[in-house]
Structures are given as structure tokens and as C-alpha cells.
Design a protein around this ligand. Sequence first.
Ligand code: AMP
Length: 502
Amino acid sequence: MLFSDLPLANPLQRAVRAVGYEQPTPIQEKSIPSLLEGRDLLGIAQTGTGKTAAFALPILQRLLDSGKFRAPKTCRALVLLPTRELAIQVEECFKQYAQFTAISTACIFGGVNDASQKRNLVRGVDVLVATPGRLLDLIGQKAVSLKALEFFVLDEADRMLDMGFIHDIRKVVALLPQNRQNLFFSATMPDDITKLAATILRPDPVRVEVAPQSTPIERIRQELYRIDKRRKGALLKELLLAHPEMKKVLVFCRTKHGADKITRVLEKAGVKCAAIHGNKSQNRRQEALGNFKCEQIRVLVATDIAARGIDVDDVSHVFNYDLPDVAETFVHRIGRTARAGKDGIAISFCSPDEEQDLRAIEKLTRIRIPEGDQAIYEKLPPPQKETAESEMRNARGRMNRSEAQARAEKSREKRRPEKQSRPEKARGLMPERNERRFENTRGQRPEQKLRPENVRNEAREQHPSEQPGAVRPENGAPRHRHRRNRPGSRARRRMRENGGAV
Ligand code: AMP
């Protein structure tokens, strides 16, 4: 099938030719005819399958056909997406496909000033591409209304739920008019997504499922470097310096802080690079992405969330600076290279605590990743012994805080078996110290001075009144945490006088 076989108006056919599409992709072939008939659609597909054109072209066609006009502060089609990058990308596609029509588009997302976004909505738009938070914000400010909506697209639904947008989505759906065409896309269909789809789509939607157009993993040359966490930066730097053919390099790491740290190491070594992650402003992210696309910078360091859906051609090398917890993420990451018949190399760093992740990845891909050039290790500084603190810092990226603390605590104990652990010290519970302290207390014996309100936790257990068989003061209360409860205190006397009330 060719695009020219699809019942699309001339301006759209021209635009498709202008962007260089000849044949529709499988999802386009399956979806466009049904969407042109006005049916709802449930699409199980990922970015990279051509799904944007699959929903954008029929929506544009139907907007052209309807003969209606946009009213001020309204939109006729709404596309909801989880991230700013995806929203910008999808609006760009709509703009390209609508370039020979009078259809207007706008894009709204958080993290930037809303003034220009509100201005763009004053006269109304045909297609609004939005992230949920900013959309609700602008609806609240009465900058836009959804009352005239004709088409609703919920894209990347599984990611939306992962990112905690479910309540925002429900709020948006509650504001939509009943009479509308719905398109729902998700890469996976777990139960919660199926339920959400049922609340949005009309009964009996067209169901289209396509496998991602992923790069055959066998075509990617892979290398593995076993390296401790602290020397990963040095290894990356050495590899980049030793291989000038690494021209367009995407580095995946686990945390935002990690991404910034990598860019600092590389910048110091004179490697042009930038990081994209959730803490970067939208402008900085777009700038970094633009510079990477046109090869102004050699390395783009990204966290998985920030890199999702970003479409960059000709990535020569993908680095897994940290291995992902989820093996499927590894496949998505390395699939950024070796696209469109080109060569690609994926290089993974594996620290001792990532061995389990590596095994899961090798099991999923059924590929044993070969070790890289061992000579590179000679150029690296010798491994340093990890301190308990650095271990905790490293561990914290992979486990929750209390687990990481417990682990660090354990390793501290191991290193200082003869000494007492820090928390005990901090609480002043070292017995010999307490003894010494009591020696200086006007000749009083430690037991006399060791009042329960003065000594906390374990030491409190030693209070004479709490020894087995000891007579407890007054009403038998063993501890007097508050002054007012101490026998003979003014507050206690007053309480007795008032008949119990303090
Ligand atoms: P998407 O899944 O919509 O993000 O599209 C992934 C990439 O495929 C984008 O770069 C599109 O421009 C491209 N694309 C979409 N449809 C076609 C097509 N029919 N022929 C060639 N490329 C396409």
C-alpha cells in the first residue's frame, strides 16, 4: 500500500511526500482507514512505529472535512502526553503534516512561563498538544476550555500511569464533551491500563497492535567493561579519548545527579557534552537535544525518563554507564543505535553490585556480552577502597534509604569491629565515659545521678527503680519523662491540689 492509496486530502498528501514517507507503516496502514470512518482506536504500539502519523493524519483529515471553525480559547483536538519532549515532538509532527493547510496547532507543558502559551490559546487552536499538569492549570485559569473538543488522543498511557498522572487524566476526561472520537495508545496493556481505556473509549473500538520496529539486537556490536563504580567516569573518559570515531554518543545513567557528574568529568577532559534530565529547564533540554542532533556536542548524557521518546538518528554509540534495573529498558536503550541499517555499538559498564542486572539482561537478550578491550584498564587510576559513606551513597541510588543505611551501617561495623558503632557513641552510651562523667558529679554515686529522665534508651533500663523487685516511685510509674511528673515537682504538687488536673 502507498500513501497515495489512502483517502487523504491533497494538502496532506503533499505534506507526507514533503517529509519523505512513501509507504505507510503497519500501524498507519491498520489505523488510518478506521480512524477516517470516525471509530475509536486502542493502539498497542511504541514510539518508533510511526504511530504519530497514524493518529495525526486522520485527525487532520477529519478536521478539514468537518467544516467547523475553532472558537476562542478552545481546541478541537487534544493530544495528551506525559513529557514535555514528547509533546514538543508530536506538535512538530502535526505542524509538518498540516503545513499546507490552515490548521493551527499549539503545545503546552509545564516547567516554563505560561504567558506565551496562554497567548497562543486566546484565538483558539485546532490541535492542542499538552502535558496533563499544565493543561489543568490553564483550564483552571480559564485560558482554555475543552467544551468544543472533537478528538481526544491519550498517548503513552502506560508511561502516564507510571509517572503518576492517573488523577490528572481522570480530571481531564471528566471535562470532555460526550460526543468525541477517542484514540488511546499504550506500549503495554496491563490491567490498570485496560480499565482506564474502558473509561475513555466508546464500546467496540478498533484494536491495533504492532510490535516495535526495534533494531535487531544481533546487529548491535556489544562490549562489556567490568568496573567499580568510582572509576566509571574515568573509563568513559578514556574510551572517548581513545576512540575519536565515537561521534554521536548517548550515555544512559541512573540518576540526575549522576548525569551531571558525568558531564563535569567529560567537560574537564575537553569532551563536548550535555545532560538532559528532569531537573534541567525545558529550554536547556531542548538546547542540549538540538546540539546533539546537529553534532555540536559529541555526548548526550540522559536518564531513562528524560530520554524516553526522544528520536535521534545516527547515534553511533550507546553507553550504559549504569545498567538498568529492568532488562527491557536495556533493549530500548541500545536500540537507539544501529537504526535504519546503520552500524551501532553498545558499551555497558558493570560494577560488582550490578552483576545481577547483567545476568537478567543476558537472559532476556539471550546474548552473552563479550568483554571489551582489557588494555584500557591500564590507563585508569587504581581502584580505591570504598568508604562506608560512599558505599551508602552508591547504594542509595538502587535501594530505599533505610536499606542503604542498614547496608552502610553493616559495612562500618565490619571495618571497625573493636570500636563501638557511631550511633551508640553519639547517644553517650559508652559505659566507661558515663562512669567518668559520674565521677565528677559532686561525689554522688552513679546510681543516684543516673536518673531515668537524664539517660535515654538502653541506659534507662539500668535505673534502680526498674531493677527486678525494686520499689517504684509513687504510683509505680517507672519513668518520668516530663518534669511535671517527677515526684516533688511544682507541677505535680499543683496537680495533686487540683485533684488530678495539671
Ligand atoms: P513515531 O513512532 O511516530 O515517533 O515515528 C518514528 C519515526 O518514523 C519518525 O521519525 C517519523 O518521521 C518516521 N515515520 C513515520 N511514519 C513513516 C513512514 N510512513 N515512512 C517513513 N518514516 C516514517
